[in-house]
Design a protein around this ligand. Sequence first.
Ligand SMILES: *[C@@H]1O[C@H](CO)[C@@H](O)[C@H](O)[C@H]1NC(C)=O
Ligand SMILES: *[C@@H]1O[C@H](CO)[C@@H](O)[C@H](O)[C@H]1NC(C)=O
Length: 482
Amino acid sequence: MSDSSLFIYVLAVLPVILLLSSLLKPSNRKLSHIPTIGPSAPLLSYYGVYKFLFHGPDMIREGYTKYKGGAFKIAELNGWHVIVSGPSLSDELRKAGDDQLSFEEAVNTSLQIQYTLGPSIHHNAYHIPIVRSQLTRSITGLFPEVRDEIIASFADAIPLTGDEWTAVPALDTVMQVVCRTSNRMFVGLPKCRDPDYRALNVRFTIDVVMGAAIINLFPDVLKPIAGRLFTNVNPSVARGMRHLEGMILERYRAMEEFGDDWTDKPNDMLQWLMDVAQGEERTVRALVLRILTVNFAAIHTSSTSFVQALYYLAANPEFAGPLREEVEAVISAEGWSKAAMGKMRKVDSFLKESQRIMGLGAVSMTRKAMRDMVFGDGTFVPAGTTVSVAATVHHDEAVYEAPDVFDPWRFANMRDEWARARSTRCPGRFFAANELKAMLAHVVMTYDVKMEEEGVLPPHSHFGTAFVPNRTAKVLFRKRQE
Ligand SMILES: *[C@@H]1O[C@H](CO)[C@@H](O)[C@H](O)[C@H]1NC(C)=O
Ligand SMILES: *[C@@H]1O[C@H](CO)[C@@H](O)[C@H](O)[C@H]1NC(C)=O
C-alpha cells in the first residue's frame, strides 16, 4: 500500500477508533482547572482531537493569544496535552529534571518506539552518549569527508547539462544528500553510496514517522495491534543485515586479532557502537537496528529543516548574493572546515530563520510528567500528562519584530536569544547544524536555484503539532552563473 492510500484508509476508520477510545479514556477531572482550546465535554472532545490533527497550529495560536503567560490544554487521543507559554513557565519546564518532566518518555510516546524501532532502543539507549560525545568530537576531523560527500551527492542527485535549468523533487533530493553525508560518518565509503542501502535508510525513516503517526491515532489497548499492522522493523533489519553483516563480522575478526586499536581501524559510528556494545547488543541484528535508528534520527529532522530553507532560497533567489559573499570571504580565509562553518553567520541565520518561521512544529520542548507537578503560578499537572511550550512565541510581536516576515539575516546578530528560545535536547544537534551549514554553503557556491513557479513558496501542511514540508514540489537548479 502506498503511503497516501494507507493514510486515507486509516483516516476513514478514524471515527470508529475515536468512538472506541472515548469509552476507554481516563477522566480529566484533575486537569479541569486548566482552560481547554476546542470542546472539552467527554465525547465532544474527540471532535477536538480530530480538529487538532488538521488545525493544530491554529488551535495553539488561539490558546497562546487567550492565555499568554499561562497554560491551556488540548485533547489528544490518549489524553490531554498541556501547553504553557511565557518566559517563566517555559523556564520552569526547561529546568525541570528528567525524573520530573522526562524528555525521553515524551519521545518514547510520540515515536511509539517499542513498535517503530523496538523496545531495546528505548531500554538501552547506549547510542545516545556516542552521538553526543564521539560524533560531536569527530566533526572537525571528519569534515573533509563530509564535504566530499556533500559535493558528490549533490552532483549525482542533480544531473546538470551545460547552463540549462534542471528540475528535481526537492525533499527527495535533500533526503538523498543527508542520507549519504550522514552515512559517510556512520558506515563510511563505499557503503554510504550503495543505492539499495540508501533507499533502505530513507524508507526506514519514512516508515518510522508514518508508523508513529498512525499508531498514535489508536487508543493504548489497540496500539499493539496497530504496531503489528503498520510497522516494518523486521524486514528492514533483514535488508540492513544483507548490507552490513559482512562488514561487522570482518571488524569483529580484526578486533579479536588486534585488540583495541590497529592501523586503518575504521573511525565511524558503526565502529564506535561495536567498541562499547555489550551482551545482546553485540549481535549483527542489534547493531544493524542501531544504525537504522541513528539514520532515522539524522535524516528526518535535518531533511525537514533543510528542504524548507531550500524552498525559501529558491522562492527568493536574491538572497543568494549576500550568502555567497559571506561564504566566499570565510572560505578564502579559512578553507572548508568546521571552524569556517562556525563563522558563517548569515548562513546560520538563514537556516534559523526558516526554522523559526515554519518550525519543526507548533510546540517545542515536549516532556512527559513522571510525577504530579505544580508550576510556580499554581498550575497543577498530574503524572502522565504531556507538557510542551507553545512555539507561537516565534510569531509573537513582543518577541520578534515583524514576526510574519521572512527576514533571513534576523539572527545574524542575536544568536544567544535564539539559543534560549529554542533549547533543543537533540544529542546530534552540533553534527546536524554543521551538516546543514555545509550543505547550504555548497548550494549557494555551486548552483543558482529557483522555484518552478517563480517566487512562490510551495504550500506545506501540518499533522497535529508537526510541521510537514511539501513532499512533492520541485526546485530548479543550474550551474551558478555569477
Ligand atoms: C514507552 O512507552 C510505552 C507506552 O507507549 C510504555 O508501555 C513503555 O513502558 C515505555 N517505555 C519505558 C521504558 O518506559
Ligand atoms: C506541494 O507543492 C506543489 C507545487 O507547488 C503543489 O502543487 C502541491 O499541492 C503541494 N502539496 C501539498 C501537500 O501542499
